[in-house]
Design a protein around this ligand. Sequence first.
Ligand SMILES: [Zn+2]
Length: 314
Amino acid sequence: MRLTVKLQHFRSLAVAVVLALALPPAARAEADVSLWDGSRAMGHIEAQLRFTPRSMDMPGHQKTIDYIKAELAKSGITAVTTQNFVYRGNGKSLALFNVIARLNPENPRRVIVATHYDSIVRAYRDPKNPQGPMPGANNSASGVALLLETARVLSASPKPPVGIDLIFFDGEEGPKSLGAGDPDWHPLGSPHFVEHLKDYYPSGKPERAVDFDMVCKKDILLMPEAFSVKTAPAEVKKFWELGAAIAPKAFSTKITYPISDDHTALNEAGIPSFLVIDFEYEPYFNTSEDTLDKCSAESLEAVGRTLLRYLYLP
Ligand SMILES: [Zn+2]
């Protein structure tokens, strides 16, 4: 009896070895990048513009949060949390909400894909109407659109080798929601997040992060940002190489000036992080002309499909 069991065990083991030798090596998981749809992403921008103004303390701010959560739920992403906190300064307090969606939460390897969803409170750079509302199609609705469409495609694709944390930061435009138009500008959401990094990563930091801002402009041209090249050179190289293969006209290897954004706090926390941005947006930057017609599905696809490839690198 005993011996038979052992023999049988040996036989099945032998069969398994033969099978393993006969099989080709396991194929690497990949996503079909053609699923990433620029027109869907344009739809996400259009939807957010209906909530303008979307700056902190405005009804459109909460509507944007609700929209993000509803769209994540449509993609079947259930591990969504909100990191709530209060910023106090200049005699007022502001309620802030970072929205964090975790894909494949069981995977110990974590990669952050970030953007900000808060918007400028008014079109302060507009030559005609600097007190008027700021639509913010490119800054900031485009980054949210990019993450939401990426979430949809990822949920319908094989699991990538890394677990992905989609983070929609609040308060990137600073305490006055005026971006760099505020002399005291500094992001609020990402520094708070890194202060509480252990809440989300109790057993080790995420291995890297990529942050998106202003990614829908027609005929987009993405250049590596100077801080990112210093802090995450290998990741920038990989991303730009993949981008050049997918959309050669959208990616230049010429390094641009340093830009502060949510990747700054992530880098300061020791997470190699890089920014993907086309900051050359005159004469529309932070004016009432930052509207949907300045964006294109092709530009969004160039960035989104590159991101998808990047997330499936081994
Ligand atoms: Zn921005």
